[in-house]
Ligand binder design. Structure first.
Ligand code: B4P
Length: 189
């Protein structure tokens, strides 16, 4: 099983949910750019001040900010033996920057979680009710889905072209069912 992994998939597909479990199961740090950005917003850092309005609109934080944040995180000791990236890269420029820093072949496998749009919107609206996240209102969700199609979906082609397999996993069903599919898919590839 690869120890340098990343999760791709639209907002609401379950990346954060599954990445948390998988990282624990294989003993690598879970590196979520969304979580890191939200923490910066909560702490009122300069980075958080730059990111807040962008995130609330459902747009992407500029590549140079996110790339610098991930570079710093990957340089920490605990990432030396592997990591699970969640929500990064989200653009071709971010993927190229990751290759430039880590070297070609740095990523062993990408997991793509899939779900249809109605399911995605339903989950994110539910999270809005449960957690009150500022970017989970319907208008912002629609924008995040469009941004995903325009900016992030091309990575599903980029990685195989760069020798990294993309394992597609059906994200519908219970969290346990999806996790079982993730584990099986990794074990078989
Ligand atoms: P993220 O934090 O990555 O938010 P997300 O795409 O909505 O995914 P998340 O991981 O939270 O949701 P999940 O699918 O697990 O990004 C937030 C924002 O940060 C972005 O819009 C952007 O502005 C910025 N950002 C982050 N990374 C960036 C980057 N690299 N470059 C630029 N900007 C960046 O789960 C969604 C909900 O579904 C949860 O409530 C969960 O409980 C539920 N759920 C999960 N699995 C389920 C299942 N099987 N059944 C039912 N519900 C389920």
């Amino acid at each position: 099983m690869g120890r340098r992994l990343l999760f791709l998939g639209p907002p609401g597909a379950g990346k954060g949910t599954q990445a948390t479990r998988l990282a624990r199961a294989i003993g690598v740090p879970h590196i979520s750019t969304g979580e890191m950005l939200r923490q910066n917003v909560a702490d009122g850092t300069d980075l958080g001040k730059k990111a807040q309005a962008i995130m609330e609109a459902g747009d992407l934080v500029p590549d140079e900010i996110v790339v610098a944040m991930v570079d710093d995180r990957l340089a920490r000791d605990d990432a030396a033996c592997g990591f699970l990236l969640d929500g990064f890269p989200r653009t071709l420029a971010q993927a190229e920057a990751l290759d430039a820093v880590m070297g070609d072949g740095a990523i062993e496998v990408a997991l793509l979680l899939t779900a249809d749009e109605d399911e995605l919107v339903g989950r994110l609206l539910q999270r809005a009710r449960d957690e009150g996240r500022a970017d989970d209102n319907e208008e912002t969700i629609r924008n995040r889905l469009k941004v995903y199609q325009d900016e992030t979906a091309p990575l599903v082609e980029f990685y195989p072209e760069h020798g990294v397999p993309v394992l597609s996993v059906d994200g519908l069903g219970t969290i346990d069912e999806v996790f079982a599919r993730v584990v099986t898919s990794l074990a078989e590839n």
